[in-house]
Design a protein around this ligand. Structure first.
Ligand SMILES: [Zn+2]
Length: 558
């Protein structure tokens, strides 16, 4: 999941959903201890140092994938990958940045300023050429958002041809929530800048992002590879050869960009706050040199199927997903360089496996078939989900809904659950019923403006027109504890760090309750005569649902 938005979502909740301290809620029926123990066992295996953080394309990931396939085989799920097996091939292009030869400098009035690699700026990987050198004028393009439906266009009347575009992240906070999510998507911005003739893009961080996730936390991980999935012609998905150079820069060097220009960095960030950014040429030229090695590799999604019992409905599928990959071995923190990814997302995978076990054990099989898809390369940009949706192992139109779990964050015994994306489709009453049966209340997404809905694998299903929900564990702790504080602590101290390991307190019975909830959501969807549908007039349903394909041409997405 994109890092900044997680932080914002939970940190912001701090002020919101805290139940009165000390008022314990009545506990529903006990979850089977065996269930919690099975989940714990799977997490302890998947998050063990021996799997070296399960980065896509590594031996650690392949061991985790074999483990998941073995679990599917043990519970009697059918193979639903390629060639009659459990594995679906995911071809990837791996890019590894090289410090040697990389450079970023600005020349103005004959004076050249070089920026420091890592501490100030980091070049991006050119997935077409590996190495590229560009010197060109710069133009500031705000957040590079084109939202004609909202009368907002950062690129109107701006000439970016042959220039390097300097942009900020996200979309205006003044936008309605769904539009903000949709237009925050950086791939759509890159596509449009490429179409308008830009030759490079520099993404400048902003004070709010810096506060949520300091530059110094992630910058040292520039050594870790980045990836693209490949289209049928073997070309990188969601990438544009016209954009020959890219870089990201810390907010600490913002002033250097705007010197000699109509506005200072401080003025620009103020305009950002107030939603009145404007685009303008920057003084001087930028020189960007990027160096990277490129390597074609292959990773795998792991797919099992529980065949449905109804002669007609068994041809349709409910797709459960949870990403299996994590960050691998990276910059050490406190001498530990293995990013174990216990909560992100070994817990999500283990909870999905437990829900599968329960469904496979049920005497009455669901009417529709249920797919269990452990996805690769989510941390690399939802690439496993992208491949599955682009080239599914079952007919795409047979998939009636997606239920995704990514870092459900089991920090305590919660009496609630947070279903992200509930409001968009007829999955809402289904989840309400299942939650009630599980003795859980529903807490609405406390920070809708962060729109986590587009930040994990379910968004690839949404973009394919399939209604989806994303389940997060709750924040209303039965012992009266402050769930939001616990989550904020996780994000500050463990998220995407080596300390997201099994030494942290993980509430295993809570995971078992979530597995039970997923079990019952699956049954509800699988046995419902009607397929889930987008709600009339829903933003995502209008853009990606069946109506979209007959109405307007596809909008500029990723
Ligand atoms: Zn994740």
């Amino acid at each position: 999941m994109g890092k900044h938005l997680w932080i914002a979502a939970w940190a912001g909740m701090a002020a919101l959903a805290v139940p009165e301290p000390g008022r314990a809620e009545a506990a529903p029926g006990p979850v089977p201890a065996a269930s919690a123990a099975r989940i714990e066992a799977d997490v302890r295996f998947l998050a063990d140092d021996l799997l070296e953080g399960r980065a896509a394309g590594t031996r650690g990931y392949d061991l985790a994938a074999l483990y998941v396939a073995t679990q599917y085989r043990q519970m009697g799920l059918e193979p639903a990958g390629d060639d009659g097996g459990y594995f679906e091939r995911v071809p990837l292009l791996k890019g590894t940045l090289q410090r040697e030869g990389s450079r970023f400098a600005i020349t103005r009035a004959g004076k050249t300023t070089d920026f420091e690699f890592e501490s100030q700026c980091l070049p991006g990987v050119n997935f077409f050429e590996g190495s590229a050198d560009v010197t060109a004028p710069m133009v500031f393009v705000g957040q590079a958002v084109r939202a004609p439906e909202l009368g907002h266009d950062d690129l109107a009347g701006v000439d970016v041809r042959g220039k390097i575009a300097v942009m900020l992240t996200n979309a205006p906070r003044q936008f309605p929530i769904d539009q903000r999510a949709f237009h925050s998507d950086s791939t759509g911005k890159r596509r449009e800048l490429a179409r308008l003739g830009a030759v490079g893009i520099i993404t400048l961080d902003d004070p709010e992002n810096e506060k949520k996730r300091p530059w110094v936390l992630d910058a040292p991980n520039w050594r870790q590879p980045v990836m693209r999935s490949l289209d049928a012609a073997g070309r990188p998905h969601d990438d544009f050869p016209e954009i020959r150079v890219r870089a990201v820069c810390s907010v600490a060097v913002a002033d250097a960009f705007f010197a000699g220009s109509p506005h200072t960095a401080a003025e620009v960030y103020e305009m950002l706050e107030q939603g009145r950014l404007r685009s303008f040429d920057l003084a001087g030229t930028a020189t960007l040199a990027t160096r990277a090695t490129l390597e074609r590799i292959e990773s795998h999604n792991v797919i099992g199927r529980l065949r449905g019992s109804d002669p007609r409905l068994a041809a349709e599928h409910v797709a459960f997903t949870a990403h299996l990959d994590h960050l691998g071995v990276g910059a050490p923190h406190g001498g530990d360089a293995i990013y174990n990814g216990a909560q992100d997302n070994a817990v999500g995978v283990a909870t999905m496996l437990e829900a599968a076990r329960q469904l496979a054990d049920d005497a009455a099989k669901p009417k529709r078939s249920v797919l269990f898809v452990a996805l690769t390369a989510e941390e690399m940009g939802l690439l496993g989900a992208r491949q599955f949706v682009a080239d599914p192992t079952v007919p795409l139109d047979s998939i009636v809904a997606n239920v995704n779990m990514d870092m459900p964050l089991l920090i305590g015994d919660a009496s609630d659950v947070v279903p992200i994306g509930l409001e968009h489709s007829t999955l809402e009453p289904v989840v309400r019923r299942a939650a009630a049966a599980a003795g859980l209340t529903l807490t609405p997404d406390p920070f809708p403006e962060e729109v986590i809905f587009i930040r994990s694998d379910q968004y690839e299903f949404v973009r394919a027109g399939i209604p989806a929900i994303y389940l997060l564990s709750g924040v209303k702790l039965r012992d009266g504890g402050d769930g939001v504080k616990g989550i904020a602590e996780f994000l500050a101290k463990r998220y995407h760090l080596p300390s997201d390991d099994v030494d942290q307190p993980i509430h295993w019975p809570g995971a078992a309750r979530l597995a039970w909830l997923n079990h019952h959501i699956a049954l509800e969807i699988a046995n419902d005569p009607a397929r889930p549908a987008w709600k009339t007039g829903d933003f995502f349903g209008e853009r990606f649902g069946p109506a979209a394909s007959t109405a307007a041409p596809a909008p500029p997405g990723r």
